[in-house]
Write a protein of this length. Structure first.
Length: 223
């Protein structure tokens, strides 16, 4: 009943807004800042998750407006980040804001806008590493491949490893990403230290993986 009430209120608001605006004209409307969290919770009738899903759709559709389709580079990325954060506060278990930041809005060929998105994901990751590790791994990839910033990629991978310690549900490749990125940077001493600590920790139980990592460590020590 609450969901239907919220939907009805939103629909009525959309109709009233459309009547007030009159016939739509082609032209970009700014996204603007999200409402306060308390206002959104009040509007949701204490059931914020359905409202968060609706705001997902609202944000996703903002780049398509009457008579035009906005390229992402024309969006105010500061406002986009504010909306993504607002939605995530309403629904902390929701994955869309992190997916959108990591995979969609980083597609714009603008390093400053990409950095806003990757830093947003990095800031949100420690709050729920178990459910957000995949987006942290993706922004490390974005930093290395799309942004051509290997040092930033290593930093993200280090944060991924740090908060994933003790979480066996996070796959080994994600926890080991920092090691191989450091090897690519020729930071062999740090890579050896991390790899040695990983082997000594007893976290690796697969025999094939153990052999591979041990062989990698041996090769590093011989360099």
């Amino acid at each position: 009943m609450r969901v239907m009430a919220v939907f009805t209120l939103l629909l009525a608001g959309q109709v009233a807004l459309a009547l007030w605006r009159g016939v739509p004209e082609a032209g970009a409307h700014p996204l603007g800042r999200p409402p306060s969290l308390s206002a959104s919770r009040l509007a949701s009738l204490d059931d914020p998750v359905p409202l968060a899903k609706m705001l997902d759709l609202y944000l996703q559709a903002h780049d398509v407006q009457p008579g035009l389709s906005l390229p992402w580079r024309e969006l105010d990325y500061g406002e986009v980040v504010a909306w993504l954060e607002h939605i995530l506060q309403l629904d902390p278990q929701g994955q869309y804001p992190l997916l959108a930041a990591a995979r969609l809005y980083t597609q714009v060929p603008d390093a400053q806008r990409q950095r806003l998105m990757t830093d947003f994901v990095a800031a949100q990751y420690p709050q729920d590493p178990l459910n957000r590790w995949r987006w942290m791994a993706h922004v490390a990839y974005v930093a290395k491949v799309q942004m051509k910033d290997p040092e930033l990629a290593v930093r993200y991978a280090a944060e991924l490893r740090q908060y994933a310690e003790g979480l066996p549900q996070v796959p080994a490749w994600a926890r080991q990403m920092e090691i191989f990125l450091r090897m690519g940077q020729n930071d062999l001493d740090t890579a050896k230290a991390l790899l040695g600590a990983l082997l000594a920790s007893g976290q690796i139980h697969d025999d094939n993986e153990l052999r591979f990592l041990a062989q990698t460590l041996k090769e590093l020590e011989e360099k």
